[in-house]
Design a binder for this molecule. Sequence first.
Ligand code: GTP
Ligand code: SPV
Ligand code: MN
Length: 592
Amino acid sequence: MTNHKKLLAWVEEIKELCQPKDVHWCDGSKAEYDRLMDQMVQSGAAIRLNPDLRPDSYLFRSHPSDVARVEDRTFIASRTKEEAGPNNNWADPDELKATLRGLYKGCMQGRTMYIIPFVMSPLESPFALIGIEITDSPYVVVNMRHMTRMGTKVLDKLGTDGEFVPCLHSVGAPLKDGEADVAWPCAPMEDKYIAHFPEERAIWSYGSGYGGNALLGKKCLALRIASVKAREEGWLAEHMLILGLTDPDGVKTYVTAAFPSACGKTNLAMLVPTLPGYEVETLGDDIAWLRKGEDGRLYAINPEAGFFGVAPGTSYESNPNAMRTIEHSTIFTNVALTDEGDVWWEGIGKPAPAHLIDWQGNDWTPDSDKPAAHPNARFTVSAAQNPVIAKEWEDPMGVPVSAILLGGRRPSTVPLVLESKDWTQGIFLGSIMGSEITAATISKNIGQVRRDPFAMLPFIGYNMSDYLQHWLDVADWTTEDKLPRIFHVNWFLRDENKRFMWPGFGDNIRVLAWAIKRLQGKAEGVETPLGYLPKKDGIDTTGLEVDMDKLLTIDRELWQQEIKAIREHYNKIPRMPKELVTELEKLEAELG
Ligand code: GTP
Ligand code: SPV
Ligand code: MN
């Protein structure tokens, strides 16, 4: 097992606090995974899907109150409120710990405490961050096996005194003697806490079993804690996909893209181009860590090992590579179950069968007025199963990035694509990013546009003004020619009938192709106050019926309203970096 004194002492402390019925150190093996799945099928927590249709795959249904990240219950407990910033819920670390200790006391009674040694980034990467998640959820264990590199090999790497981030998780549902368990134990909303202690680099999560609330390597460690570390050490931890794009000349370019939750990262990362001669390969679909390499360029690495992807809308037409990835050995959560024992969801590309069991376990027919799958239903699967995974995706040093895309869901105002004139304007475009809120977070305001700088609003572990300054400072790390170029995209413009004006998905290659041509000096841009737009025929639309005039407009009236909204957003962030305020003033003078 381990002789790591600090780890053993911590495990002992948590055992005493949480009082589990027993303790299991996870070795990360497939045998262990299978055993846990068998137990969960036995207990009714999991359903084994029909092995002829979906081999080695399982369905879980969460409690209806525990279906997504809980931003209102997520806390950054830095020493001061100022360090957490206006973008975070702050709590005094000592007070929060006292509250949480009260909740953790005896919280694992009747349950097994699992110890999951895991690493974010390939084990051998010099940038790897090791975490130890203690959890009372076997569902978390099996998900972590797909999403991270985990098990004994991580303990070996940790040795007797290696550094690790302690990640404590409980579903917050102790079992009394003889009390039967429920399929998805969790605590009521007001008792849920996703707590981060950035100074001491610790994560304490209580009361939720779902996604980023519970798989603590992902948003909690690889983004919130990592972003704090990154700022101190001079790198970036970002909510970005990483893809490799080979053009018809055989030139391969690496691109990252920051889109908010449920805004198209997984889809773009696996895109099947509709333009001949182009090829896209995946390196990551959700998180990128960016560092300066020896040659002065920015290198991106995906710290994760799997995909926790949105199921609804995923079909052989929209995202064939995701569909192939999840043909076997996949965990599904909150999708619908067919009578044959396979999965179904809205937008899977097949009409709904006459009968299904919906995500809450109830009978469902096409007459039902509720969706059969929850809008934030997800699949968990190992990235290695993706047929277009890049062979270099586990390169311990990462890949050099030539372009960064920013984007969100904007039904109007923001054109299909823009290129920033320079780094500062690019960071400005990142700072004003807006997007409709999606079902990836529990919110009363789904569909409303909110400002989500760099798609990191829920994931920056410190003050947003310092975060934006950190992005501006990247310009001082290297020379301008080595910095990635920054583009802003919007796949989600709608016409007066609320229909999408851009086909999206595989056709997004047409925008990527323009971006690559810009890098190569092969496409002209039309200068606007917001950056360069493509020329009228700059984007290859062969075979499409689209209104490029509308897709590439900067409407003055809409932008006057937009600038007011941006001003309000800026006013809510004290200490906004001066360079960005100057950018806004320029825009106000030119468009306002
Ligand atoms: P997270 O995992 O929450 O971070 O989401 P993500 O950014 O990876 O989003 P994902 O690719 O899973 O897409 C979310 C939803 O948007 C799915 O229902 C997709 O079908 C839909 N979507 C993705 N790309 C496009 C696009 O180009 N156009 C349109 N109209 N919808 C898209
Ligand atoms: C997101 O919400 O951005 C996700 C899903 O990628 S979760 O892991 O729940 O954060
Ligand atoms: Mn995400």
